[in-house]
Design a protein around this ligand. Sequence first.
Ligand code: FES
Length: 106
Amino acid sequence: MREYRLGRSKEEVIALFPERAIKQVALGDRKICVARIGERFFAFERLCPHRMASLGEGWITAFDEVVCPLHQYRFELGSGRVSSGDCRDLICFQTVLDDRGLAILF
Ligand code: FES
């Protein structure tokens, strides 16, 4: 498992990610999506497992789900479980926020 770090402090990384926005980030040769709700960070695969639409153009619901922009399938943040739609679950990556910034493990 590899660890990638974003930001140099908790405050810096929180400032980098607007609340409930989805940003695409490149970690090594891989691009993923990262979203923040309060001090909780969620990292997940960039392309929807249904028909590969870009989840970076999706949005976050009040129920902490990411919604795909193409067919509006929904996935629970954190677990990646499909909550609405018919495809496999979303692959999610572990995140750890600490005084040195955000660590993403995969
Ligand atoms: S491509 Fe994402 S729901 Fe169809």
